[in-house]
Write a protein that binds this ligand. Structure first.
Ligand SMILES: *Cc1c(COP(=O)(O)O)cnc(C)c1O
Length: 401
């Protein structure tokens, strides 16, 4: 490790709460799908800030919009009408069947808003005292107390009890289990069509359609968390669109402003009827600077047809990785994913392989200590994906298991 890196590592340990197990890397510059660390070493970014910088780093048009808006107006409060917030809302709504937006600042907050809206919709619109939210095991919805309760993973909520009541969890993929879990107290079912933090697990199409049918039959709300799988990553603008689903409320964040903090929910007119004046609010939600950048981001996703690009590159990447699996049947257990969210489950020491990839200049993520998770920017070149596969091939060839 270099002196520059060691100095940074030391400061981090001294100054910051010990919440992050950090990778041994201090990054300081990015351009497109490339990153450089403090020693000047170049990397191919196969993680994009965990599905955030979908347009790559330092995107020229976004830099321009950010600089221009920074010199005009940053923030005025949601007490006032704001133009860029509306431009963003209009663009966002053009991508789905929804008709109302609420802006916040993160994925967890978006899910909080979705949960709050679902509960209030049941009480004020459907006039039913139903507040329970059903989620699926291996899901991830955030780290606030409410979304931790929704996530229902003991390792994440250790030491934080009591968590809010009103969350029920069932096994993903088991429609009977879900049917049995719905009671008169159920307000909504919340799912990720592709479970990201759960290790990149796309849920079966028939199951997802079955969940929606069940929600309609029971007259409860159907919620999709698109925080990671949204914004064109899976090959459609939103992952639920692969299955022809029409969720009542959808949560969005990560890639929405290509790295500036923003979250949102999109809701149908009917679902949104649960909110009234004063029901919900947040200081920074949809501020002018962030909204200007997000509006440009969505515009570029649509203009440059990045959903199609993610679909095409995803098929290519999966093909290359499946070929690699045939070459290393004892080392690659499974290749999963949809578009450019891909998981490679290994049967060997995955941390070691991941470290070697880092040495070879490829940044990806380690999930559950057994899956390499790839979330490259959607603007990445096919040659970089091929380069990653070659590096993985070399790492697997040299790994003894
Ligand atoms: C990252 C993520 C969240 C939480 O988003 P934050 O911005 O970290 O609060 C919620 N749901 C999913 C599916 C995510 O991937």
């Amino acid at each position: 490790m270099s002196q520059a890196f060691n100095a940074i590592k030391e400061m981090e340990e001294k100054l910051l709460c010990r919440t992050y197990g950090r990778y041994p890397l201090a990054l300081e510059r990015g351009r497109g799908a490339r990153l450089w660390d403090v020693n000047g070493k170049e990397y191919v970014d196969m993680l994009a800030g965990i599905a955030v910088t979908g347009l790559g780093h330092s995107h020229e048009e976004l830099c321009e919009v950010a600089a221009r808006q920074a010199g005009r107006l940053w923030h005025v409060s949601n007490l006032f009408y704001q133009r860029h917030q509306l431009v963003l809302a209009e663009k966002l709504l053009s991508t789905s069947h929804h008709s109302k937006v609420f802006f916040c600042n993160s994925g967890a907050e978006a899910n909080e808003a979705a949960i709050k809206l679902a509960r209030r919709h049941m009480r004020r619109v459907k006039k039913r005292e139903a507040a329970d939210i059903i989620t699926l095991n291996e899901c991830f919805h955030g780290r606030t107390l409410g979304t931790l309760a929704a996530t229902g993973r003991d390792s994440l909520s250790d030491g934080f009890a009591p968590l809010p009541d009103g969350f029920v969890q069932v096994t993903a993929g088991d429609l009977d289990a879900l049917r049995n879990a719905v009671t008169p107290s159920t307000a909504a079912v919340l799912v990720e069509a592709v479970q990201g933090e759960g290790g990149v697990v796309p849920l079966p199409a028939e199951y997802l359609r079955g969940v929606e049918v069940l929600c309609r039959e029971k007259d409860i709300l159907f919620l999709c968390d698109e925080v990671q799988s949204g914004m064109c990553r899976t090959g459609k603008f939103w992952s639920f669109q692969h299955y022809g689903l029409k969720p009542d409320i959808v949560s969005v964040a990560k890639a929405l402003a290509n790295g500036l903090p923003i979250g949102a929910i999109m809701a149908t007119e009917n679902a949104a009827g649960g909110f009234e004046l004063g029901s919900h609010a947040t200081t920074f939600g949809g501020g002018e600077l962030t909204s200007a950048v997000a509006a440009k981001t969505v515009e570029i996703y649509l203009r440059d047809k990045l959903a199609e690009r993610a679909a095409v590159l995803g098929v290519h990447l999966k093909g290359v990785l499946e070929a690699l699996k045939s070459r290393h049947p004892d080392k690659i257990r499974e290749v999963r994913g949809l578009g450019l969210i891909v998981g490679i489950e290994l049967a060997v020491n995955t941390r070691k392989v991941w470290e070697e990839l880092l040495d070879r200049g490829y940044i990806c993520n380690l999930s559950h200590e057994k899956t390499l998770r790839l979330l490259p920017p959607l603007v990445i070149e096919q040659a970089d994906l091929d380069g990653f596969a070659t590096a993985l091939d070399q790492s697997l060839t040299s790994s003894s298991g």
